[in-house]
Design a binder for this molecule. Structure first.
Ligand code: FES
Length: 202
């Protein structure tokens, strides 16, 4: 068997070296040269091609499956997070009923660690925001003379009616706190991260 193999290799090498008056050999010449020995050294080129295609299809299937599962995981997490974000306590804001137009008070919402500010603006409506400035978290205050929220650290300013950042370094609006009037009482019922669409003036 080893002598047959050596002869086959020599035949193939001889074909790969063009004779002086011959042309370059191709796959067909190689096939002809090895044909007598295929019974001893079976080498199914077509089947090998099919295996390669099968493996390639498997690779595509597994890759696309992994991508699909990854995207589904992210989508599921977003849904879970959005549902989680909607859960807030409903809290009565003490002292709100006595607040006059052009005045404000501080409170904590949704937890004792979250400082917030309730404003009764000149228009008589109530507005509430997280008190941390969106620049470097200094506490904002209500500037009655300008009817807006201002930050003393780097002179940032926010619109009292929607929390928009008006000037200075703050990069985005204040977090809004959703309010609800219950008789003469004012209740905090939710909190929207800055950029939220819902109006919270009542
Ligand atoms: S922390 Fe408010 S403007 Fe910088």
């Amino acid at each position: 068997m080893s002598s047959n193999l050596s002869k086959t290799i020599k035949d193939v090498l001889a074909i790969d070296q063009p004779a002086a008056n011959n042309e370059i050999s191709g796959e067909r010449d190689v096939r002809e040269a090895i044909a007598p020995y295929q019974a001893e050294f079976p080498y199914e080129r077509d089947e090998e091609g099919q295996v390669t295609r099968r493996e390639f299809c498997n690779f595509l299937f597994l890759t696309s499956g992994a991508l699909f599962l990854g995207a589904a995981g992210f989508a599921g997490k977003s849904v879970y997070d959005s549902r989680f974000e909607q859960t807030y306590p409903q809290t009565k804001i003490e002292g709100a009923a006595e607040l006059q137009p052009g005045a404000s008070l501080n409170f904590r919402y949704p937890t004792e660690d979250d400082t917030a500010i309730l404003i009764r603006a000149r228009d008589g409506n109530f507005y509430a925001y997280g008190q941390k400035c969106t620049h470097l978290s200094c506490p904002v205050y209500y500037a009655k003379e300008h009817d807006r929220l201002e930050c003393p650290c780097h002179e940032g300013g926010f619109d009292v009616h929607d929390g928009r950042n008006l000037y200075g370094p703050p990069p985005r609006p204040l977090d809004k706190i959703e309010l609800e009037m219950r008789e003469a009482e004012v209740w905090a019922i939710g909190r929207k991260p800055s950029g939220g669409e819902k109006e919270n003036g009542i």
